[in-house]
Write a protein that binds this ligand. Structure first.
Ligand code: FES
Ligand code: MG
Length: 576
């Protein structure tokens, strides 16, 4: 570590005189009370994403203390620094709109400041993908730590947790099954404390696939936010970052094609959030790999859902932690994984599985022979309505709607849906197909989680719980239903979705992986001439301007075109 490109000497600010630049840097950091001894050690940056807007990150200050302890015990100097923080409910217009900004912030602050490795503390949905995208691009050794899932709450003796139960109670309220008093009571219990949503939402999904990819310590995905386990993991993460700095183990050495294949396999086996596929496409893109949706779908034909967590199943993340966490899943999936992938520890995934505490009887993770759902959690659909692909979370859909033909009821935007979906005069029946246009990456903009369209109130009152719904939007990982998402290209980028009119017939056939708009090609061509480009207020400048001019479609992870290097390969790959 005596080398001139390490520690405080790394990436000197340019004053044209290297000696003076270091002298000045030292003078300022000594102004915070550091000794020469402290400053001559490797520096481990620690990304602080705490914010009073972000309950999912409320334990970050505690985790930073534990990380610092781990770094110092291993003989290096921890230096926490902030980046932006994104919480799902507090990010307007959407958290997805800001994910790439956070990835740029993370990348550039890692690059700008002297550090030999970095610990990234994320958790809430978009933060972990943003940090991994940034780290893949920045290139120095990096390790992910998550804040961990929140514990469950209790409402009238019923176990509840964000956010599947938030949706369930709200749907019951809309259907007038519960009153004002009860909806306000349950509102106090759904988020009982610090941490990320306790179901298999996007945060849990990203934590598990990140551990599977080798970018997090074994056991790091599931420990509850407020547990002692979580702090011990944080301490060990700090120590691991020091060894990574010494060995020069970079994200690109860990996030290889095979590591992404492991992540995709785990994504399917956990019944993970549909957002997971968008984020993995974006992270892989930063590592020079393009996502092959067809090959992903083929993996899903072989890899069943093994984890019985809401929204596809019954349990919560703390139960998965008690069932052994990710390693229980990895053991069950063993023959579907590349065991030779190197992880942050320097050992391979296979070595880590073998070194983990022995397995035991539990009821959260099932075997491949007796799965929760016979295929992978997601299927990829194609057809004239989605030539670039669309996703359906089949494990959380209604079996009787998986093959369905119905009349389209079209909403031209999220606002139009909000204004009309509950109109008593809306011409809609349970067999119809709800279609939402202009809610994709460019359309809304920011690809909101509006794909979980509400069941029109008059049908909800009659007890209708699910309908086929199709959009270019995303859906929260905590939601369920027969919902087709990420239609590509989106309506606002010339997609056929923009051409659907009320009364058109649409056919969904999940088993055949088809999504068809039953309208003659000549008629679609004619309608194409009627489509007008949507304008967005304020798009003449600023981040919105950058976003609209650069955002890629869902199949490319909605990254910005200028952040993605030329692809050198595909993932998953069909050879080997
Ligand atoms: Fe942060 Fe769900 S809102 S993880
Ligand atoms: Mg979410």
């Amino acid at each position: 570590m005596s080398d001139d490109t390490r520690g405080l000497k790394r990436g000197l600010t340019s004053y044209g005189d290297a000696g003076f630049s270091l002298f000045l840097r030292k003078a300022f950091i000594k102004g915070m009370g550091y000794s020469d001894d402290a400053l001559e050690r490797p520096i481990i940056g620690v990304v602080d994403t705490s914010s009073s807007y972000n309950a999912c990150h409320a334990n970050v200050p505690d985790l930073i203390e534990a990380v610092k302890r781990g770094v110092m015990l291993a003989g290096a100097l921890p230096v926490p620094f902030p980046t932006i923080s994104i919480h799902e409910s507090f990010a307007h217009p959407t958290s997805m709109y800001l994910r790439n900004l956070m990835s740029m912030d993370t990348e550039e602050m890692i690059r700008a400041q002297p550090m030999d490795a970095v610990v990234m503390i994320g958790g809430c949905d978009k933060t972990v993908p943003a940090q991994l995208m940034g780290a893949a691009s920045a290139g120095i050794p990096a390790i992910q730590l998550v804040t961990g899932p929140m514990l469950t709450g209790s409402h009238r003796n019923e176990r509840v947790g964000a956010c599947t139960d938030c949706r369930r109670f709200w749907a019951r309220y809309r259907a007038e099954e519960i009153d004002d008093q009860e909806i306000s009571e349950v509102n106090d219990q759904l988020v009982p404390g610090a941490g990320t949503c306790g179901v298999m939402g996007t945060a849990s999904t990203m934590a598990l696939v990140t551990e599977a990819m080798g970018m997090m310590l074994p056991g790091g995905a599931t420990a509850p936010a407020v547990s002692a386990d979580r702090r011990r993991i944080a301490e060990a993460t700090g120590a691991c970052a020091v060894s990574m700095a010494r060995d020069g183990r970079t994200p690109r050495a860990i996030m290889t094609r095979k590591a992404f294949e492991n992540a995709l396999t785990v994504l399917l086996a956990i019944g993970g959030s549909t957002n997971g596929i968008v984020h993995l496409a974006a992270i892989a893109g930063r590592a020079g790999l393009s996502l092959d949706l067809e090959a992903f779908d083929r993996i899903g034909r072989d890899v069943p859902v093994l984890v019985d967590l809401k929204p596809s199943g019954r349990h919560y993340m703390q139960d998965l932690h008690h069932a052994g966490g990710l390693v229980t899943i990895l053991r069950a999936l063993r023959e579907h994984l590349h065991l030779d992938c190197v992880t942050v520890t320097g050992r391979t995934l296979g070595e880590e599985i073998d070194a983990a505490p022995a397995g035991f009887e539990q009821e959260i993770v099932s075997s491949v022979a007796d799965p929760v759902y016979a295929e992978g959690g997601m299927a990829v659909l194609r057809g004239n309505l989605a030539p670039g692909g669309a996703i359906v979370k089949q494990s959380a859909a209604s079996p009787q709607l998986m093959r369905h033909r119905g009349r389209a009821v079209v909403f031209s935007s999220v606002e139009d849906m909000g204004a009309r979906v509950d109109d008593p005069d809306l011409d809609v029946s349970a067999e119809d197909v709800l279609v939402l246009q202009n809610a994709g990456p460019k359309g809304a903009p920011g690809m909101p989680e509006a794909g979980y369209m509400p069941i029109p109130r008059k049908l909800a009152r009659d007890g209708i719980k699910d309908m086929v719904r199709i959009s270019d939007a995303r859906m929260s990982g905590t939601a369920s239903g027969t919902i087709v998402l990420h239609v590509t290209p989106e309506a606002s980028a010339g997609g056929a979705l923009a051409l659907v009119r009320d009364g058109d017939m649409i056919e969904l056939d999940v088993a055949a992986r088809r999504l068809t708009l039953d309208v003659p090609e000549e008629e679609l061509e004619r309608r194409r001439g009627e489509v007008t480009e949507r304008s967005h207020e304020g798009s003449d400048r600023g981040y919105l301007n950058l976003f609209l001019s650069s955002v890629l479609q869902a199949d490319r992870g909605c990254d910005f075109s200028f952040l993605v290097p030329a692809a050198t390969g595909k993932v998953p790959s069909s050879d080997d």
